[in-house]
Ligand binder design. Structure first.
Ligand code: M6R
Length: 537
């Protein structure tokens, strides 16, 4: 198409099937106003009824289309004024982009509870939901706050507060480069990001391990830590529960963000740690608000400077994973684990559970993790062979106990989301309470068996599985060769302290999922039906 001004949108369907009629942008009845939207309009049914009663013709099943017709009604020659007058009637979450045929060269955008960033270029200005999309053009980013509206032309960007007053804000300069958003010789972003993990661990620790002084995060009556997150970040949060208990001696629990807000507030006020790589996950943001409403102190672990959660939470610990493009989270997961280890060590010193000397020993072991992860990456060829052998499976199980139980969940999630093989993660001891009935000779079982206090019990569980004829792939420490006799395949990972074993184990599982999906010819970086940031609740 010819022209100098425009926008596009990849729709993540909330109302109405993915189809041409439901695709953005939407036009008003005259075909002069175009609108794209990321989010959900919760009161769309009543808005639609009112518009249809006035004679508007809506052609899609979407919630979004209502808004362009409302703007049409309000339009009196100025697009931003029309949008501003409509916004108070809209319930839900939105990032809107609009243009009008007779206001050439002008884009109007607005956001509430959905992300939107503006990039300042040279003789051009841009906007997107995500910084990634802009890096090729600019590193100067203006973050729009909730409720703000911006008017974008090739030469100017004017940001307005909800009351219509002009906002003065300096752009931030992001350090991620275009190279970060390229594959650098790897077949997929996911593989590149898996291989970046030694560097990510190193940078997340950099300059932080010697600094275990904390403010009063855990003082003032906080009796425990509640970790709240979604998806892969939830698995990090669940691992975080074990990490907190082991390294900090602090009782901890993990909860799914989408469930947290529906629990009843007890009198207790835990420190709520929100784990989210994007910092834009709608459920996690809603949980942060709920936690504050309940009077809890909030701390976010996130990867994005300036993201919404960083503004919602009182404290932020930034991971330094860099740009992650593959929809399947890999390096951001290990970075989140690093954040949780750091936090737990800080709490451990604060509460007197660890002496400074003990904390230093633990951090020395943390510093050794990049090398351990590199050695797992060096065994990628072996994992690739294994993946080929089992790539036709219809179903797989992943087993772990204690701190490796969340890692079994993560291994299963990686497998199902990119290879489309049905996969279940289970605490190994639970298998006999039902799921054992599903095991056949065609159901490979991956068992995580570090030498910790669950080792003997894991042996027992492997025996139960083998007795049912299922092929067992064990992931165990180097030197643990005895097991070879009892399992079908043994993958070795280097010895690390058991509390750190999730880091090496998860890398092996990421590779297994990756090579399986590649063997099956799947769309690895963009699995079907999924989005990188889930900005709807
Ligand atoms: O950005 P977040 O960490 O909050 O994302 C949460 C989940 O949507 C995310 O972890 C998702 O499960 C992964 N993409 C799966 O690989």
């Amino acid at each position: 198409m010819e022209g100098t001004t425009g926008f596009g949108h990849t729709r993540w369907a909330t109302h109405g099937a993915p189809s041409r009629e439901n695709a953005h942008p939407f036009l008003d009845c005259q075909g002069t106003i175009a609108l794209a939207h990321n989010g959900i309009i919760e009161n769309h049914s009543s808005l639609r009824a009112e518009l249809e009663a006035k004679g508007h013709k809506l052609t899609s099943q979407t919630d979004t289309e209502t808004v362009v017709h409302m703007v049409e009604d309000a339009y009196e020659g100025n697009l931003e004024a029309a949008l501003r007058s409509v916004l108070p009637q809209i319930q839900g979450a939105y990032a809107f982009a609009l243009m009008h045929a007779s206001e050439e060269g002008k884009l109007v955008v607005a956001r509430k509870d959905s992300p939107l960033v503006v990039g300042l270029g040279t003789e051009e200005n841009l906007f997107a939901s995500d910084v990634h999309a802009l890096l090729r053009e600019t590193s100067r980013i203006l973050y729009l706050m909730d409720g703000e509206l911006a008017v974008i032309t090739p030469t100017d960007v004017d940001v307005y507060a909800p009351d219509g007053s002009l906002v003065k804000r300096e752009p931030e300069v992001v350090s991620w480069t275009v190279e970060d958003s390229e594959k650098g010789g790897f077949a997929h972003f996911m593989l590149k990001e898996i291989f970046e993990q030694p560097g990510v661990i190193h940078s997340t620790l950099l300059g932080r391990v010697s600094d275990l002084e904390s403010d009063d995060l855990l003082r003032g009556g906080t009796s425990h830590v509640k970790l709240v997150a979604c998806g892969t970040s939830f698995h990090a949060a669940l691992a975080g529960k074990y990490i907190m208990e082991e390294l900090a001696g602090v009782p901890a629990s993990a909860e799914l963000a989408s469930e947290y807000r529906y629990t009843r507030a007890s009198g207790e006020k835990p420190l709520v740690v929100l784990v989210t790589q994007s910092g834009e996950t709608a459920d996690t943001i809603a949980a942060a608000r709920e936690a504050r409403k309940r009077g809890c102190r909030t701390l976010a672990i996130t990867n994005y400077l300036g993201c919404t959660i960083a503004r919602e939470a009182e404290d932020v610990l930034y991971t330094r994973a860099g740009l992650e493009i593959g929809v399947a989270a890999t390096k951001t997961f290990t970075a989140e684990l690093m954040g949780l280890y750091l936090l737990a060590l800080r709490f451990g010193v604060d509460t007197g559970h660890l002496t400074a000397d003990e904390a230093r020993k633990w951090t020395d072991e943390l510093r050794a993790l990049p090398r351990a992860v590199q050695s797992v990456l060096d065994s990628a060829g072996e994992i690739e062979k294994l993946a080929r052998e089992y790539s036709n499976s219809r179903s797989m199980f992943f087993l772990g106990r204690n701190i490796n139980y969340p890692i079994s969940l993560e291994g299963a999630l990686k497998m199902k989301e990119i290879s489309y093989i049905h996969a279940e993660g289970y605490p190994a001891g639970e298998l006999k309470h039902g799921p054992l009935a599903l095991l056949t000779e065609e159901t490979p079982v991956v068992a995580l068996v570090p030498r910790d206090h669950t080792y003997e019990k894991m042996w027992g569980n492997i025996g139960e599985v083998s007795a049912r004829g299922s092929p067992v792939i064990a992931i165990a420490y180097e030197g643990d060769d005895e097991m070879e006799k009892y399992v079908d395949h043994l993958l070795h990972v280097p010895w690390v302290k058991p509390v750190y074993s999730p880091v090496v184990n998860v890398v092996a599982l990421q590779l297994l999922a990756y090579y399986t999906a590649r063997e099956r010819g799947c769309s690895i970086d963009k699995p079907r039906h999924l989005a990188k940031s889930v900005t709807v609740e």
